[in-house]
Design a binder for this molecule. Structure first.
Ligand SMILES: O=C(CO)COP(=O)(O)O
Length: 126
């Protein structure tokens, strides 16, 4: 079955996420993709061939929705490009999502370097 990859990026990191999606579009095309609302739209704009299940925007509950999918064991990998320099009104949601990824032991990349390392491992079939 296709791997389910959850993709999220804070506003200051959305260009990075679009570039990341472009760089890995072939591998991502073989996965089931789920994303928070605006991130999903940016990925689809960058890579129109990718089909992304778009949930609510992060501040409106999107992080919580992805957390719920993790709790249902429906997500295999979380790639979340976090902006560490901007205060977020929904910081508690972000923290709750990360907590669930830890509880359910989901591989979780919080920056591009870790995401690249995770994908190298995934592509190697590890
Ligand atoms: O805020 C986010 C994650 O906390 C991301 O949400 P958007 O992808 O809708 O911008």
């Amino acid at each position: 079955m296709a791997r389910c990859v959850a993709l999220i990026a804070h506003d200051q990191k959305k260009d990075d996420m679009a570039a990341f999606a472009r760089d890995h579009r072939a591998w991502l095309a073989e996965c089931e993709l789920v994303a928070t609302g605006t991130t999903g739209r940016r990925i689809e704009e960058a890579c129109p061939e990718l089909k992304v299940r778009r949930l609510k925007s992060g501040p409106l509950g999107g992080d919580q929705q992805i957390g719920a999918l993790i709790a249902e064991r429906a997500v295999d990998l979380l790639i979340f490009f976090v902006d560490p320099l901007t205060p977020m009104p929904h910081d508690v949601d972000v923290k709750a999502l990360m907590r669930l990824a830890i509880v359910y032991d989901i591989p979780m990349a919080l920056n591009r370097a870790t995401a690249e390392a995770l994908l190298r491992q995934e592509k190697a079939g590890a």
